[in-house]
Design a protein around this ligand. Structure first.
Ligand code: ATR
Length: 280
């Protein structure tokens, strides 16, 4: 048992609801492992109170917070300064309280996505071919921007509501091709990566049902859903001999830069951490 001192550094995650969040467990493991005098708390903050709660952080002596659903866009609007990625995505998932009390907004979701692929599939190269992204919500935005930055020659962005994919393509710029669900076979043809960012396959949601036949054998298949860890999409891809990467690593890696900024140590993403977070 460790006890906090009066100098303990404070961070946490603001969400609504926040009870399902695994971030306290994740950061708690790192704090214990690194024997840091600090705490990372679940902070249930309703949308109506979000701006007020954020403004209180410097006054309470917090080093910063993560921000999750439904606050990421509101956090973007509320912070004083933003890094280039947050600026581009118009969403913030990590806030650092600067020494003068101003709030800096960052977005590490795309970093988490790419770091997970680098970790789990080190020989896979984004530049080797087009990527197919299913879904055009907030998570997709971070994934698409990260793939383009990593050198993907084209992102084929498939969404049930085509207008959302078209709007994202116009807003982010770059080689994004909006496509409808009926075009999945053409999109998969010649692709180097398939990513699911929709809620399909999540526990309690319908499964994602697509035929992977047109996808080249060398392609990687990944899902950002991690409850369940093995989604129907990953099971199908496995059964057909594709390499797969589950979504848990994205959660773990997106947490790393915030932890380092708040607590001053770069934590490791390990198998043990995966087990601890899965045990939640
Ligand atoms: P997040 O921020 O996690 O990305 P979101 O913004 O709510 O969540 O986005 C959810 C994504 O899942 C959207 O792309 C959504 O498609 P629409 O834009 O057409 O709503 C997609 N999605 C959710 N349920 C779906 C379903 N039954 N079939 C196809 N796509 C679905």
């Amino acid at each position: 048992m460790r006890y906090l001192s009066g100098k303990a550094r404070l961070a946490g995650v603001m969400g609504w609801p926040v009870s399902h969040s695994r971030s306290p467990r994740l950061h708690g493991h790192w704090l214990a492992e690194l024997e840091i005098d600090g705490a990372y708390l679940p902070l249930p903050v309703a949308p109506d109170h979000f701006a007020e709660a954020l403004a209180a952080l410097p006054k309470l002596g917090f080093a910063g917070v993560n921000v999750t659903v439904p606050h990421k866009e509101a956090a973007y609007a509320a912070v004083d300064v933003r890094d280039a990625v947050a600026e581009r995505l118009k969403a913030v998932n990590t806030i650092v309280v600067l020494p003068d009390g101003r709030l800096e907004g960052r977005n590490t979701d795309g970093y988490g996505f790419m770091a997970n692929l680098r970790d789990q599939a080190p020989d896979w190269q984004a530049a080797a071919g087009p990527a197919v992204v299913l879904g055009a919500g907030g998570a997709a935005r971070a994934v698409v921007a990260a793939l383009l930055d990593a050198g993907a020659p084209e992102v084929r962005l498939i969404n049930r509501t085509l207008e959302k994919a078209t709007a994202m393509a116009a807003d982010l710029g770059g080689a994004i091709r909006p496509m409808g669900w009926q075009e999945v076979p053409q999109a998969l043809s010649g692709a180097n990566l398939l990513v699911n960012t929709t809620s399909l396959g999540m526990a309690g949601q319908p499964p994602l049902e697509i035929a992977l036949t047109p996808l080249p054998r060398t392609a990687l298949v990944t899902d950002i859903v991690y409850v369940p860890l093995r989604t129907p999409l990953l099971d199908l891809a496995d059964a057909q001999g594709f390499r797969t990467v589950d979504g848990l690593g994205m959660l773990l890696w997106q947490a790393q830069p915030g932890f380092e900024a708040w607590f001053g140590h770069r934590p490791a993403v390990t198998e043990e951490l995966r087990r601890v977070v899965l045990g939640a």
